[in-house]
Ligand binder design. Sequence first.
Ligand code: PGA
Length: 253
Amino acid sequence: MRKKIAAGNWKMNKTMEEGKILASEVVNMVKDELRSDVHVILCPPFIHLTSLHAMLEGHSNIAFGAQNCSNHASGAYTGEISAPMLKSNGEDYVILGHSERREYFGETDSLLAEKIDIALENGLTPIYCCGEPLAVRERNEQTDHVQRQVEDGLFHLSDEDFGKIVIAYEPIWAIGTGKTASADQAQEMHATIRKQITGQYGEETANNTSILYGGSVKPGNAEELFSCMDVDGGLIGGASLKSRDFVDIAKAF
Ligand code: PGA
């Protein structure tokens, strides 16, 4: 069975103190309110991770992830953070290929394939993002676009390694814009991705792969999105910065 996941991508938001408050509110609400089969993941900025682990030690109901990692294990790469560092710090997940990384930092599918490999080698679970810009959807070429990203970023993996991947479909026109893909649009793309995985890795692997939707998920639309057969949860940006909203989304399964 695939996991139901609510992952919060804080992006470059929250000071240390604000982050501690937000994380502790989320932990308490999750403890009191959430069903145990929903996996909650918080992805704060790198520098918050250590303090949040220390503060939340013993709260096993939340997992942590980073928003990126280097494609190198160590060395002279000023400003970078490596997968071995993240693992040694207690992270379980790493978001890779977010459209903001692709667009503002020039990350390509081949670079992302390297990052996927190094994350897996170090026992991190990649949350691999894919999704089309508005112009591509307007030309009705979103399927090709997303399938290419999935193929180029992931299909070099062995069956075993692919089985560890989480995918997030995030149409770029819906990220931070308040515009959400309709449940039909999300379901259609998720089903397409799952079919593509079936073709490459077989039905069992495809059925066990969690595919998250991202792009303006809010408490008011989460239930409809998560009720789609192939939508296994959300990668949540803006709404993850408010504990009440984020936990209400996590409760929407
Ligand atoms: P959003 O961001 O929820 O603010 O649209 C989602 C994301 O970029 O992961």
